[in-house]
Design a protein around this ligand. Structure first.
Ligand code: CTP
Ligand code: MG
Length: 225
């Protein structure tokens, strides 16, 4: 199965608040997005990386991915969904397009081994599969600072990336999307398709705030020791 991974790096990192987008920041001497790309390629199941970046960053991201099997960068859009769509349309222009695609946040530098094989195995029987972690905290729905109700957490999961899809149904779901979805799986769900869960990992951190980068750095350093 040919598998191309979209490396989603067109965001501006507003919540992180650094001078440059978080995926370009150094983490143990390499850009966060380079860690993400190497993690996607580590098990040899991904044929190539398709980077999606903000306008004007094409040369920079290509240089950061030097030496890896990476396709020419594609320019993303104002929302993550628009950026994914741009990446998928670039893959659709390939002859032939890939059979499967992984959609991964460049801001997630750690993809534990085993995640991608589990996702691709799930694609044998489902059009989509995502890694997810069970919710550990007790959940409250609140209004005006007061608890309205405790939401039972049984059966609730936190979605991570990479998310894996057969290429044709994901492209069709994106082309048909009327409203914004918060991840790619949701577009497939709306189209009535089943999406499987595989085990996620606490180490698969999405860097959102500065303390997340510090946490991942500490984690990787302990591993090296
Ligand atoms: N992303 C993208 N195109 C966008 C927005 C986000 O490719 N228009 C990417 C980001 O670069 C990131 C991933 O999607 O790797 C997850 O998004 P998020 O963590 O929200 O990153 P940002 O949007 O950059 O951060 P913020 O929401 O804090 O501005
Ligand atoms: Mg965002």
């Amino acid at each position: 199965m040919t598998v191309i991974a979209l490396l989603m790096a067109a965001g501006s990192g507003q919540r992180f608040g650094a001078a440059q987008p978080k995926q370009y920041l150094p983490l143990l001497g390499r850009a966060v997005l380079r860690h993400a790309a190497e993690a996607l390629l580590a098990e040899g199941r991904v044929t190539a990386i398709q980077p999606v970046c903000a306008r004007g960053e094409e040369g920079r991201i290509a240089a950061l991915l030097e030496g890896l099997p990476s396709l020419p960068p594609v320019t993303g859009g104002a929302t993550r969904q628009e950026s994914v769509r741009a990446g998928l349309e670039a893959l659709a222009r390939r002859a032939p397009p890939p059979e499967a695609v992984l959609v991964h946040d460049a801001a997630r530098p750690v993809v534990p081994s085993g995640t991608i094989p589990a996702l691709l195995a799930a694609l044998d029987t489902h059009p989509g599969a995502i890694p997810a972690q069970p919710v550990a905290d007790t959940l409250k729905r609140a209004e005006g600072g007061l608890i309205a109700v405790t939401v039972p957490r049984a059966g609730l999961y936190r979605a991570q990336t990479p998310q894996a899809f057969r290429f044709a149904p994901l492209l069709a779901a994106h082309r048909a999307a009327a409203e914004e979805a918060t991840d790619d799986a949701q577009l497939l769900e709306r189209a009535g398709a089943t999406v499987a869960l595989v085990p996620g990992a606490e180490t698969n951190v999405k860097i959102t705030f500065p303390e997340d980068l510090a946490r991942v750095e500490a984690m990787l350093m302990t591993r090296l020791m």
